[in-house]
Design a protein around this ligand. Sequence first.
Ligand SMILES: *Cc1c(COP(=O)(O)O)cnc(C)c1O
Length: 335
Amino acid sequence: MINLSTNENAWGCSPRVSIALQSALNDVHAYPDANYIELKTALSQQLNVSTKQIMLGNGSEHLLELIVRGLILPHQNAIFSEYAFLTIPLILKNHHITTKVIPTKNWCEDIEQMVAAIDANTRLLFLVNPSNPTGTYTTNTQFDYLMQHVPANVIVVVDEAYFEYIQQEDYPFSLSYLNLYPNLIITRTFSKGYGLAGLRIGYAISSEYIINKLEHLRLPYHVNALAAKAASVALTDIEYIRKVREYTHLGINQLRAGLLRLGISYLPTNGNFITAHISNASIVTNSLLSKGIKVKSLQDYGLYDYMRITVGTCEQNELILSSIGQIISIGMMVK
Ligand SMILES: *Cc1c(COP(=O)(O)O)cnc(C)c1O
């Protein structure tokens, strides 16, 4: 079975991380450092922020959950975009939070309408940048507009899970807004570019004030020692991330060209996945499954004519393209 449904890293993690994990196995009897100094220091140096501005999480989804658990009251509401990463509405629903879902504009998050939807009870505004599953991104001009127009009591949460794959020059450098806007939280993850999804580790960057609030919500050893070690080592292997980026972009181009040849259109993408426009996508995803390839049906998003394909290795990409080709040609014969 080839899994191209959950946006994992087709090239695994850095070999440096694998070696470090082997030796870390000797220490699994010991609790992690409860302050996670090694990883927080490495992140603070790379991001040029204070360690007090960084909060770790058992995956970045854990951080999204802590944000909802700790920063919004029952009578307050949260704003996010149509087709926003499903975990966000799920967490808000679990906490019985009123939500305002803003329609997208050309598949992009509609920043002006999101701002316009803010009312006296709005507390959280979620932006997924780049967005999953649409693959679109919010530009620096739009982001600037957002930060300038959001009242100081509304917390802006930017989910940058695909940050490592970004190529666009007008992608916002959100970290530079932290000094001016203490109400900004950025979440990132080691699950995608760094290839550590199974270990569950992500981080949030914000003002000391907000990070302090979040730190009080966590249990002492909320991130396991292997994950913390792996993440610290992963940050040192810059060459590996560079390669992952390069292979991913080649893979995206391969998928784009192949889909075009098959007459299938797709949404623009800025992550390690591509969302293809194919009518009755669930029929195709099921046929692919019977051929041993798993892709993401977007039914749960209400996108019945779309499916999301994670970039695989060159061979995997070839295989999925030829499999889609076979499925389509059989469909045409039946018609
Ligand atoms: C994959 C993904 C995440 C990552 O979640 P983790 O819990 O860190 O694995 C977060 N947000 C989006 C939009 C994603 O696609």
